[in-house]
Design a protein around this ligand. Structure first.
Ligand code: GDP
Length: 368
């Protein structure tokens, strides 16, 4: 007989293995009379929302129930990893519910970034993905840009309904909600409650709004396109930007190659000389080489000169898959999900991107 514990705060089944997943409590906590999960503990004692993640099927379950609600859905994405943090199921499950799309971490883009252009591009992208948001906003929970505006827009668009905040892990969902809590002076821990999502094993955090409605924090989806899914902590630290991306410009000729660490390779196959501008974390090392040497260099030096990923002894180097693109007169971004992008300015150019199977590569008209 295996004993089971349930959180006295939200009712979730307690697990002691993974601190980042829902229902975690340290093993020592099980000795107490009442057990409370880490998420409820932090909420109760620090009035702070902790980010937790769930896998695809749980997320689907949650969304299937959300479908039946009458609520405003606020979908948060990461501006430096739009594709990785997109969650295409949102449009399917939002049903008739209105959606407000918010791109967070705008502080990471160069200061000169044209916000209007960025929002228009996001609107277009959303529409191509089948999502028709009522509005698209950008914000940063770090610099505070746009946060107030997002809150006001939530208030306007919700029209007396509940609000569900959804997104992938790591997009800044908890940071945003914690800001709301601070600004709205939620101090009493009695106000904020955790509850079970009906029909699922998920726990949600309800923040009361003035009219008796709730703002609900949902667990973040661990998206398989996100780098966090496949890379170890050490590598993630190197590739995750934590300050404004400084563009690095490379004037390249055909038959030259750029390596983004050992995580992606971009070959300039043919065309007149052009500029390649990399927007990636400043700590990610870019290596330039001749195309003819690229395969051998990767074989010999992946995991050391070309790192991250850091490869331990006996571990195989990841197989890279090739994607071919053509670039014409318009400046074009080649986007590597989770890493950033390279803007190419030139005409009649053929490039080949080589990345591990799970990494999505795509092109878009330059957003800057
Ligand atoms: P959640 O998993 O969606 O709840 O995300 P968190 O709120 O835990 O944030 C994930 C990571 O992104 C943390 O390291 C935050 O410090 C960082 N982060 C959150 N918002 C921003 C932002 O606006 N700008 C930057 N640069 N980092 C942010």
């Amino acid at each position: 007989h295996v004993e089971e514990w349930f959180c006295s705060g939200c009712g979730i089944q307690i697990q002691t293995e993974d601190p980042d997943k829902i229902g975690f409590a340290p093993p020592a906590a099980l000795k107490r009379e009442t057990v409370i999960c880490k998420r409820c503990f932090r909420l109760k004692h620090y009035n702070e929302i902790q980010s937790v993640s769930i896998e695809d099927d749980e997320f689907m379950e949650m969304f299937q129930s959300l479908h039946k609600k009458d609520a405003l859905i606020v979908k948060i994405v990461d501006i430096v990893d739009i594709y990785g943090s997109w969650i295409s199921s949102v449009q399917r499950f939002a049903g008739k519910n209105p959606v407000l799309l918010v791109a967070n971490k705008i502080d990471l883009l160069p200061k000169s970034t044209n916000r209007g252009k960025l929002r228009n591009w996001m609107k277009k992208t959303a529409s191509e993905e089948g999502l028709k948001p009522l509005d698209v906003l950008v914000m940063s929970t770090v610099s505070n840009e746009g946060v107030e505006q997002v809150m006001n827009q939530i208030d306007t668009l919700r029209k007396g309904k509940d609000v569900y905040i959804v997104g992938c892990t790591n997009v800044g969902k908890s940071s945003f909600i914690n800001r709301i809590l601070k600004l709205h002076g939620h101090q009493g821990d009695q106000l904020i409650t955790t509850s079970h999502f009906p029909g699922t094993t998920l726990n949600l955090i309800d923040i009361p709004l003035e009219d008796g409605r709730s703002l609900v924090d949902t667990p973040g989806l661990m998206n398989r396109h996100q780098a966090a899914h496949r890379l170890k902590k050490k590598s993630l630290k190197v590739i995750t930007p934590n300050k404004e991306l400084k563009p690095t410009v490379y004037q390249l000729k055909a038959e030259q190659t750029l390596f983004l660490g050992g995580l992606a390779r971009l070959d300039f196959v043919s065309g007149k000389p052009a500029s390649f501008i990399a927007y990636v974390a400043n700590s990610l090392r870019i290596h330039r080489t001749k195309l003819e040497n690229a395969s051998q260099l990767y074989k010999d030096h992946a995991g050391e000169l070309l790192a991250p990923p850091y490869i331990s002894e006996g571990e195989e180097i990841p197989q890279l898959k090739k994607h071919t693109f053509k670039v014409s007169a318009e400046p074009t971004d080649v986007v590597f999900s989770g890493l950033g992008w390279i803007t190419i300015q030139g005409d009649g150019i053929t490039i080949e991107a080589h990345v591990p199977e799970e990494v999505a590569v795509s092109t878009r008209p330059s957003i800057l």
